[in-house]
Design a protein around this ligand. Structure first.
Ligand code: UT7
Length: 339
């Protein structure tokens, strides 16, 4: 028994923000951003649009790709919730017309898609569900300080989704072994300090806010994160390849989390993987956290670069710290373009 991908879909909000657009208010340049990150433009949600809306659009497309009208559960990976409470997934399930199925959110930042694949596969393995809609959706640009040049150029909004069904381990689309890990000792390298139980607004009833405004925004230490990202993704990738019995030469596509093109290339170099097998779309989408891997899969499958039967290595790394990798053989499923 295995969880098998039977549909994929993705969606980007229509608002395109170029590096030049950002640099009208940010102390940076298009050249710096593109050279240091590989990003030229990203999408951002407009006023009134939230993670829920992105998730629904990606969900519709994944269900269509799978030819599925119903699922037994909805799992949503996000680190940019619509509200602190409740989870986004139940509302997404409702809006997709999926009724009262079990639905919950999972928070694992940029490795959310890998953690979510493993969790969704687990729902199938445990008999809770035969078919799961799993979505990674993020409106994370709403949590980034637009005046912080260290973080504002990096992130983008978007969503990607897959439908998983119960199947056999030797079928195309079957999820392989997983390597997942975390390092909470480095939790502060990428964090939004306020809004949770540790540092919450005390303004209610007091007439003033005790939390400094910058604590509501993302804080990131780029350099140590860069190094951790390369180390952890390379090690985790090697782990799943070894356990699967694949050599690096067996990998047709490395689909790594798009945090920085230099990170993805450095992981490929560590693995001694040729650059023409490294999938990249960060240039037009930026870092979309849990949506990054499915958006990239959707992109390369739609162009025909990723074909049925290709062997794919997926790997991601992010806040927590947390990371994860898995492998699969790409299935023959319809894929719509993401505009
Ligand atoms: O999603 C998973 C988690 N996130 C990551 O994995 C992010 C990993 N880190 C990175 O991608 C990179 O560290 C960044 C893109 C965030 C930064 O690139 P970097 O090459 O590590 O730059 P840096 O932070 O070491 O800064 C180099 C210089 C500094 O100037 P000085 O001190 O050398 O004079 C910065 O002040 O570049 C400056 N700088 C900028 N200059 C223009 C930093 N950000 C900018 C900017 N525009 N936006």
């Amino acid at each position: 028994m295995a969880a098998v991908i039977e549909g994929i879909g993705a969606w980007l909000p229509p608002r395109i923000v170029t590096n030049d657009d950002l640099c009208t208010t940010l102390d940076s340049t298009h050249e710096w951003i593109e050279t240091r990150t590989g990003i030229s433009e990203r999408r951002m949600v407009s006023e009134g649009m939230s993670t829920r809306d992105l998730a629904v659009e990606a969900g519709v497309r994944a269900l269509k790709s799978a030819g599925a009208a119903t699922v037994d559960a909805v799992v949503l990976a996000t680190t940019s919730f619509d509200r602190l409470c409740p989870a986004v997934a139940p509302e997404v399930a409702h809006l997709l017309g999926l009724g009262t199925v079990p639905a919950f959110d999972l928070t694992s930042a940029c490795s959310g898609f890998l953690y979510g694949l493993a969790t969704s596969g687990g729902l199938i393995a445990s008999g809770v569900a035969d078919r799961v809609l799993f979505i990674g959706a993020e409106a994370f640009t709403t949590l980034v300080n637009p005046e912080d040049r260290g973080t504002a150029p990096i992130f983008g909004d978007g969503a990607g989704a897959v439908v998983l069904r119960r199947g056999d381990a030797d079928e195309p689309g079957a999820l392989g072994v997983f390597d997942l890990g975390s390092d909470g000792a480095r939790a502060d390298l990428l964090a939004i300090p306020a809004g949770g139980s540790r540092q919450r607004s005390a303004s209610a009833g007091l007439g003033h806010d005790t939390v400094p405004v910058e604590d509501w925004y993302l804080r990131m230490e780029g350099r140590p994160l860069f190094q951790q990202a390369v180390e952890r993704m390379a090690e985790s990738s090697r782990g799943v390849l070894d356990r699967t019995g694949w050599s690096v030469a067996d990998v047709d596509w490395f689909v790594g989390h798009q945090a920085n093109v230099r990170i993805v290339n450095a992981v490929a170099d560590e693995l001694e993987l040729a650059r023409d097998r490294v999938a990249v779309n960060i240039g037009r989408v930026g870092n979309t956290l849990a949506a990054s891997v499915p958006l990239l899969l959707n992109d390369i499958a739609h162009t025909g670069a990723l074909r049925p039967g290709h062997r794919v290595l997926l790997s991601a790394f992010g806040a927590g710290l947390s990371w994860g990798s898995t492998v699969l053989t790409w299935p023959d499923i319809p894929v719509e373009a993401v505009r």
